[in-house]
Write a protein that binds this ligand. Structure first.
Ligand code: BLA
Length: 509
């Protein structure tokens, strides 16, 4: 850990965002040793409880806070389960006769970390709020509606101007797949961003701590003192609710004109599937109760998404088996169908979406939809003969394996080839267009805005441009499930072809 790390655009994936040593000014923080001596305090403590860090550091906390508060905190700490758990208390006076606070407690290594903010007196019942949100969501038909309704529910709960469902691809880049907006603001729906915009260490942190808020992008962060303990260690703030965030990210939000940001992790099968990413165009701090409800909603949403994805997979696999059966019986009836690219495409695109198909049998070629020209196809086939003898072969970037394909990479970038014969010669080949062709930019032209020190790179438009550079000549990848289907189609087709040659042999005898 390097608390003095100086961050810029080239190194933000190494910025130690969990030990920046600052909190946001809407709350304050006290860290206690195992024997309940105050070991760290945020510099703004006096504003909340009238005690400065100097008043508190090194003292037993029992001598400083109200006895009942201490008792409540101790009780709550015994409830902490597992390394990443955080407990909450609502509306407790920390100083005898003083105002009440909403409080969170957790362990950071050996230290007990107490964070507090003025109580919101929010009478909201998190459980019944979330229950009705979930009930509505359960009615959504289909994945698109489910994600959109999820965004709407989070917007209704938090009151943020923009709520996006941001989904990660395997490499960490992402796409806005659903959105709920205050009327009149421009949509980010369908936009893609490179992995660097939410760097790896942030994605790792968001798996452990599923909720974060930046209540006021412009509010200067408050240092926690002392920054380092006598052993030179910084406070690990991974699980803090008041953690102030990376200055690079603050610059990004500022460049976008965003006043507050909130995000909730969406975790499916133990992986960071995506985020609810929310923007508000003024500072905004939902109440402690609302934030707790939003966090709980995120967890339930994730589980519902997981079960919907599983059901979708099962449906998909059933459909794929039907397609293989249909293909098998139709071709068995009419062998000519095998060279009918249009017919093949119609059947296969249902389960393996693609933009075109080419068939190469005994040197004859037929095409349908998006396809390279005949001479380019011959080159692809001879490349396939070298790499793919008896297995389905895919690439999402043809030009990276066949350099001459760069000439038409802006049209055809992805290839899935199903070899039809044991001799490496005949193929059904699916083509996918370059991904950029199927993506649109919906953002406004740059607004009048003063950029931070790292300039306009830290804006959605520049992010989108940099993502576009990364995916030049790259199609949407063929998914593992699609590969399995293609493999099943290969087996089915191979069977017909073997039967065809058996009967041809029989006729000859
Ligand atoms: C964090 N970056 C984030 C977060 C989001 C984004 C949602 C989570 C924190 C939050 O809730 O605000 C990215 N937000 C987006 C994107 C959109 C959006 C893509 O609204 C699209 C509409 N960020 C950059 C670059 C770097 C960077 C170039 O754009 C570094 C080179 C860093 N982003 C960065 C860091 C964090 C972050 C370090 C972690 C912030 C933290 O939790 O401390």
């Amino acid at each position: 850990d390097q608390p003095n790390f100086s961050v810029d655009l080239s190194n933000c994936d190494r910025e130690p965002i969990h030990v920046l040593g600052t909190v946001q000014p809407f709350g304050f923080l006290i860290a206690l040793t195992a024997d309940w001596l105050v070991s760290r305090v945020s510099a703004n403590s006096a504003q909340f409880i009238g005690l400065t860090p100097d008043d508190m550091l090194g003292k037993p906390i029992a001598a400083l806070l109200d006895g009942e508060a201490i008792h409540a905190l101790r009780n709550r700490i015994t409830l902490l389960r597992g390394p990443d758990s955080v407990e909450r208390l609502f509306s407790i006076p920390l100083i005898a006769g003083g105002p009440p606070f909403d409080v969170a407690v957790h362990f950071s290594g050996q230290l007990v970390v107490v964070e507090a903010e003025p109580a919101s007196h929010d009478e909201m019942e998190a459980s019944s709020t979330v229950r009705s949100m979930v009930a509505r969501l359960a009615q959504a038909e289909g994945m698109t509606a489910f994600l959109r309704d999820g965004a709407r529910q989070v917007r209704a709960l938090t009151g943020f101007d923009r709520v996006m469902v941001y989904r990660f691809a395997d490499g960490g880049d992402g796409e806005v797949v659903a959105e709920a907006l205050k009327p009149g603001i421009d949509s980010f729906f369908g936009l893609h961003y490179p992995a660097s915009d939410i760097p790896a260490q942030a994605r790792a942190l968001y798996l452990r701590n599923i909720f974060r808020i930046i209540a006021d992008v412009k509010a200067p962060p408050v240092p926690v003192v002392p920054a380092l303990d006598p052993t030179g260690a910084a406070l690990d703030m991974s699980l803090c609710l008041t953690r102030a965030v990376s200055p690079i990210h603050i610059e990004y939000l500022g460049n976008m004109g965003v006043g507050a940001s909130l995000s909730i992790s969406i975790i499916v099968e133990g992986k960071l599937w995506g985020l609810f990413a929310c923007h508000h165009y003024a500072p905004r701090l939902p109440t402690f109760a609302q934030r707790s409800a939003a966090e709980l909603f995120g967890q339930i949403f994730s589980m519902m998404l997981e079960s919907r994805e599983r059901a979708e997979t099962a449906t998909y696999e059933g459909k794929a088996r039907q397609v293989a059966d249909r293909l098998l019986s139709a071709v068995a009836q009419d062998h000519d169908l095998l060279t009918n690219a249009r017919w093949l495409g119609d059947i296969i695109f249902d389960t393996i979406p693609a933009d075109g198909v080419g068939v190469y049998i005994d040197g004859q070629m037929t095409f349908s939809g998006l396809a390279p020209d005949a001479s380019a196809f011959v080159a692809i086939v001879s490349m396939l003969n070298r790499v793919a003898a008896s297995q389905v072969y895919t690439t999402d970037s043809l030009s990276s394996v066949l350099p001459e394909a760069a000439a038409y990479a802006d049209r055809v970038s992805g290839v899935l080839a199903i070899p039809l014969s044991r001799r490496p010669r005949d193929y059904v080949v699916l083509f996918r267009a370059e991904q950029l062709r199927s993506v649109r930019w919906a953002g406004n032209p740059e607004k009048e805005i003063e950029y931070g020190p790292n300039g306009p790179r830290l804006t959605p438009r520049k992010s989108f441009e940099s993502w576009s550079q990364l995916v030049k000549g790259v199609a949407l990848p063929f998914l593992p499930a699609e590969l399995r289907v293609a493999e099943a189609l290969r087996t089915a087709l191979l069977e017909v072809i073997l039967r065809m040659s058996d009967s041809a042999d029989a006729e000859r005898q």
